[in-house]
Design a binder for this molecule. Structure first.
Ligand code: XIL
Length: 380
């Protein structure tokens, strides 16, 4: 047991009564101290806020977030399909709640996302006859969407994942042939950044993607960012989503990419970190959310718990990655995990529905896992 785990167990009341009484003051201090405090000099520590807090009013989870994290991203509630109604009106309820929570706790709050091919109905891109609208029409629609959304939360959000996942995973990593791209070309990206910047000039605007720290997709991302800079698009940073597995990518590969982005004068945020321990069932690692595979028991090996040796391997993996983040902290503003605890992670249902995954720093009982204590030990 690590020293930090022992201290934590005493503080939260696992132990003898005498030990509990003695450590009352320590408990109170520790109750307010979380990962964010250990990393205060390095970067913000963030999490995604999903329906448990926004819709189900899970107060215990909200309190855990306030103790451990100082940055938040809405998991779904600002995406087009959630924040717009079928007739293209607005539904700000959950987004307002998210923003208020961030203000209350003085957090680095991120908007997610302004232009993304997923979680947006096809009808946005089509007219009443079912034909695709023109570039001009789409541009107007985007202006309205972005200026309304960014404008409503102006000065309340620190940053925006402005454009999400515009690069394709196929050979050569061309631009993704999304409706946005098919109608407007790369101009859809520029337009998103320009409107967001004009609406809230102080917001830090990012291009966000998965696997943009690896191989050909990294190179394609660097090229895209260079083209955007040449066109004077007001971009401040790049988001590396960080949907990684227990086996890869290596910290060295990630580090190289962070340095490449930094060389472009861009800040780096790790925006959606989770570490998947389940068997990878596809050849190409992807976080493209429409990817789906069938459930088989062999693909869900840890249904009844994670074996000790895998928990240890996982802890070592988190530790190695954070060691590298700390080394490169001058370039990194924030490291955000995609959710708080294993029970609420999207990976239980992606890319196969109904599996049992262990991708976050808190387990199904909302207790910190070994990896959490390793990350604290790195700061001692
Ligand atoms: C995921 C959410 O976590 C799920 O709840 C939802 O069903 C699908 O989207 N990349 C992103 C995130 O940028 O918005 C995605 O979030 C995960 C992949």
């Amino acid at each position: 047991m690590t020293a930090s785990r022992r201290k934590f167990m005493v503080a939260v009341g696992v132990g003898t009564l005498a030990a509990q009484i003695k450590s009352n003051a320590l408990a109170q201090a520790l109750n307010r101290t979380g990962l964010k405090d250990y990393y205060a000099k390095d970067f913000k520590i963030g999490t995604a806020i999903g329906s448990d807090i926004l819709e189900n009013n899970d107060e215990a989870l909200a309190a855990l977030v306030a103790r451990e994290f100082n940055a938040i991203t809405p998991e779904n509630c600002m995406k087009w399909e959630r924040i717009r109604t079928a007739d293209e009106g607005w539904n700000f309820k959950d987004a307002d709640k998210f923003v208020d929570y961030g203000l209350k706790h003085k957090m680095y709050s991120v908007g997610h996302t302004l232009a993304w091919h997923s979680q947006i109905p096809d009808s946005v891109f089509k007219n009443a006859k079912g034909d695709f609208i023109s570039a001009d029409q789409l541009k107007k629609k985007m202006t309205n969407h972005i200026s309304t959304l960014v404008g409503r939360y102006k000065g309340k959000l620190t940053a925006w994942d402005a454009v999400n996942e515009a690069i394709d995973d196929g050979p050569g990593n061309p631009m993704r042939k999304s409706h946005y791209f098919n109608i407007m070309g790369e101009a859809f990206i520029d337009h998103t950044f320009h409107v967001a910047h004009e609406t809230d000039p102080k917001a830090h605007l990012m291009y966000n993607d998965y696997n943009n720290e690896q191989g050909g997709k990294h190179e394609a991302c660097v090229e895209l960012l260079k083209r955007m800079q040449k066109r004077r698009v007001p971009i401040g940073g790049v988001g590396i989503q960080g949907h990684w597995s227990i086996d890869g990518p290596t910290p060295e590969e990630i580090e190289k990419s962070i340095l490449n982005f930094a060389k472009l004068g861009l800040r780096v945020d790790v925006t959606e970190l989770d570490i998947d321990v389940l068997p990878q069932v596809w050849n190409l690692p992807t976080a493209e959310i429409s990817t789906r595979f069938d459930y088989t028991p062999a693909r869900d090996p840890y249904k009844n718990g994670l074996p000790k040796e895998i928990e240890e391997k996982l802890a070592k993996r988190w530790e190695a990655i954070f060691k590298m983040f700390i080394k490169n902290r001058e370039h990194i503003d924030r490291v955000t995990t995609w959710g708080v605890s294993d029970d609420v992670s999207w990976l239980n249902d992606f890319p196969i529905k109904g599996r049992t995954d262990y991708p976050l720093l808190f387990d199904r009982k909302r207790a910190p896992r070994d990896a959490y204590f390793r990350l604290i030990d790195l700061k001692k």
